[in-house]
Design a protein around this ligand. Structure first.
Ligand SMILES: [Zn+2]
Length: 218
């Protein structure tokens, strides 16, 4: 948890996320070279809350939805604009459920009621087994409009954040850690014994959810 707080205190400008993203791309072969690029503001499609997806779940918005109902980044204020390949990091409550959420209205209700900053489907299950920090890359707006075009970049940014976070955790003696872990909790991997985070309240992400929702402590 101290590492998360340190990361937060350092501020976005002092992190190495853009550099980590560059390093990741250097390892890609030619075929995948641009698969993890920032799609940019033109492909950032936030539709008005009242405008629902017009096609099936398999149809891309560009084939069935009217982009006249989208709200561009600059229309959303200064907080929504950013430079290419400089993703923002947000810290707050992560809403986790085992079902997809496809309603902007329900999303807004949960956001207000629980101060949720993102929605996802896996963290609650993991947290039942391991105390951990949840890090999620944001790829859509948790509404009826799916946008697979952001999934790769969201995964890359979450990985870059996780790398930066791990770099802030002091190195430990793996041998002594492994010995103490075997004594106390043999089923846990030894390489996370120094990460004693107690809730899922810190992370970045959103996906879609619906149904029962669990929240971590703030
Ligand atoms: Zn749509």
């Amino acid at each position: 948890m101290a590492a998360v707080n340190n990361f937060r205190a350092e501020g976005w400008s002092n992190t190495n996320i853009p550099e980590f993203l560059k390093q990741m791309r250097l390892k890609l072969d030619e075929r995948r070279l641009h698969q993890y690029d920032d799609p940019g503001p033109i492909r950032d499609k936030l539709f008005q809350d009242s405008y629902e997806h017009k096609g099936t779940e398999f149809d891309d918005c560009k084939e069935c939805c009217d982009t006249g109902y989208t709200i561009s980044r600059c229309q959303r204020g200064d907080g929504a604009t950013r430079l290419l390949d400089e993703p923002f990091v947000h810290f707050g409550n992560v809403a986790s459920s085992n079902q997809l959420q496809i309603s902007a209205t329900e999303r807004n209700r949960i956001q207000k009621e629980h101060e949720a900053i993102c929605f996802e489907m896996e963290a609650a299950g993991v947290l039942q087994e391991y105390p951990c920090v949840v890090v999620r890359g944001i790829c859509d707006y948790a509404d009826s409009h799916k946008n697979k075009g952001w999934q790769n970049y969201a995964a890359a940014t979450a990985a870059a954040y996780a790398k930066g976070l791990l770099a802030m955790i002091p190195a430990i003696d793996a041998t002594s850690s492994a010995q103490s872990t075997e004594r106390s909790s043999p089923q846990h991997p030894t390489n996370i014994t120094n990460m004693t985070f107690g809730n899922n309240a810190d992370g970045i992400q959103t996906q879609n959810f619906h149904g029962n929702v669990q929240f971590g402590r703030r």
